[in-house]
Design a protein around this ligand. Structure first.
Ligand code: GDG
Length: 499
């Protein structure tokens, strides 16, 4: 039976476990993240499908069933597993997406590596995703495609199935034309995205950047522009915009552009935060740290996350404030998602060298200033650290949204704790009550963390109250609803004149 809703996402929506030689499909151990929210939409349609890839030695003859039926608490849905060889995955995902697109999306032209990109393979894999989605979709179905590694899917899908409604969501930033056009495939990518009915981004800045790139190469016309709502326009952020384009015309078709910030599952995080196990873990951490203050930093090992710049700032802090030696600790959780990629290995080595140097310079037998954690911390423990820390120090150089800062606020049901947040994280446009910091400036990084450490309780609570309200308002369900409702919004009138 064809599906009314097809989600195209790189990861499979469950864990595959082999028990006594038989494959079982289990719900992800941690219901954290956007996958459960996406699956919850299957409960609203007669039939849903999920398209993801699965590695196969011989894609023409995979050693697994291509299409399987899942029946879980979210309802019945189909998962179509696209068989790809290890070489195809490496080429389209690890090389083209991570070495060429990722640096450009985040504004790092100097890290961009064009040479190893195999564009025909990128096209081939994207075509295969589009075909799989086309096979699953019912007449007039909604197909929701996720992220830049599937950039060409909308264009191919439009050719295969002119009847379906296509929505595409970018989880990364979208850069301005000056940066985006460094990609030689720029026109092909933009034409594909303009085949969508809805193109979604986290924040208005990325929408306007997309429009600037599209206008630089194609005859697109701005049909509507709206004033940005105050809750998406914190003046402390480097990413604020006053107005945002919400509708384009391209070759006679209307395309809705939508800024919907991804949020976290506040209800789930609050339940975890209230559990006796978490309380016990928090008490244990607090007893262990005694009077020392804990600054917490969590993120993937990636140059965009600003880990090096943060450790350097922490070193300067201890250097110029001898009173902080012995009384301040930094827990820096940095987990590698792509451990075998050279760029990430280099960052890991630099983080280790810096943490070692700081501990060597300022540590004693009893006191270690930096705890560098390279292995994933269980999510339940992470919640306990969020609750036990005095400060969350989240300082990416560029970040589409950043969910860690939102998880921190959601976990602080006690109303205390200070968030220091980079002006360059998408979340900064919403979290105007965070202490802003500019990771490109030593002075701003050093004064931001010092300011947070010295903030009186009343101010801490005032800021946290505001941030928590925003995180609750823009939770993960708000994001998904907002994206899905965009199909119906093409008739909204604007209060700022169209250009
Ligand atoms: C992309 C965009 C955008 C991290 N360490 C551990 C751990 N984590 C979890 C966090 C959080 C997630 O990983 C990281 O989310 P982010 O949003 O910070 O970053 P990306 O992975 O880069 O995600 C980003 C996002 O997509 C959504 O659209 O916000 O900008 O780059 O949930 O908790 N979880 C556990 N242990 C760890 O050690 N359990």
């Amino acid at each position: 039976m064809p599906s009314d809703l097809v989600i195209v996402y790189h990861r499979q929506p469950y864990e595959e476990v082999v028990v006594n030689g038989k494959t079982e499909y289990r719900e992800n151990k941690s219901p954290n993240g956007i996958v459960p929210t996406l699956k919850s939409f299957f409960g609203r349609v007669d039939k849903g499908s999920w398209v993801a890839w699965k590695e196969a030695e011989d894609p023409a003859n995979p050693d697994f069933e291509r299409v399987i039926e899942i029946d879980d608490q979210y309802g019945k849905y189909t998962v179509s597993r696209l068989p790809l060889t290890a070489e195809q995955v490496s080429s389209f995902y690890h090389v083209s997406s991570k070495e060429a697109f990722w640096p450009i999306l985040h504004g790092f032209k100097e890290r961009y590596n064009y040479d190893p990109v195999d564009w025909p393979t990128f096209r081939e894999v994207n075509w295969a995703f589009a075909e799989a989605a086309a096979n699953e979709a019912a007449e007039g179905a909604v197909v929701w495609v996720h992220d830049y590694n599937l950039w060409l899917v909308p264009g191919y899908l439009r050719t295969l199935r002119p009847d379906v409604k296509i929505s595409f969501f970018h989880h990364t930033p979208f850069p301005s034309a000056d940066m985006f056009n460094a990609l030689p495939w720029r026109k092909e990518i933009l034409e594909s995205l303009l085949a969508c009915d809805v193109v979604g981004f986290h924040i208005p800045r990325y929408v306007n950047n997309f429009v600037s790139a599209a206008r630089s190469l194609l005859e697109v016309e701005t049909m509507k522009r709206e004033k940005v709502k105050p809750e998406m326009n914190a003046v402390t952020s480097a990413l604020s915009e006053q107005s945002v384009v919400t509708e384009l015309d391209f070759e006679g078709r209307r395309i809705r552009l939508q800024a919907s910030p991804v949020g976290v599952d506040v209800a789930y995080i609050e339940t975890l935060a209230a559990s006796p196990e978490t309380e016990e873990k928090v008490a244990q951490i607090k007893a262990e740290k005694g009077d020392t203050k804990l600054v917490l930093s969590v993120g993937r090992t990636d140059y965009t996350k600003g880990g090096i710049e943060q450790l350097e700032s922490f070193e300067r802090l201890l250097e110029s404030n001898p009173n902080l030696r012995g009384t301040l600790r930094l827990m820096h959780v940095s987990v590698a998602a792509n451990a075998n990629m050279t760029a990430y290995q280099e960052i890991q080595e630099q983080l280790e060298a810096l943490a070692g140097r700081i501990n060597g310079r300022y540590g004693t037998f009893e006191y270690q200033p930096v705890a560098l954690i390279s292995r994933p911390v269980p999510f339940t423990d992470l919640i306990a650290y969020y609750r036990a820390a005095e400060v969350a120090w989240i300082t990416p150089l560029a970040d589409g949204m950043n969910l860690v800062c939102k998880e921190f606020c959601a976990a602080r049901t006690d109303g205390d704790g200070v968030l220091v947040l980079s002006e360059f994280a998408g979340a900064a446009v919403e979290l105007g009550a965070a202490v802003p910091t500019n990771p490109f400036s030593h002075r701003s990084m050093d004064s931001g963390i010092l300011y947070a450490l010295e903030l009186p309780e009343e101010d801490r609570r005032g800021r946290m109250k505001e941030n928590r309200a925003m995180v609750a308002q823009h939770d993960v369900r708000f994001w998904a609803e907002d994206q899905m409702q965009a199909f119906e919004r093409n008739t909204v009138t604007s209060d700022v004149a169209a250009e």
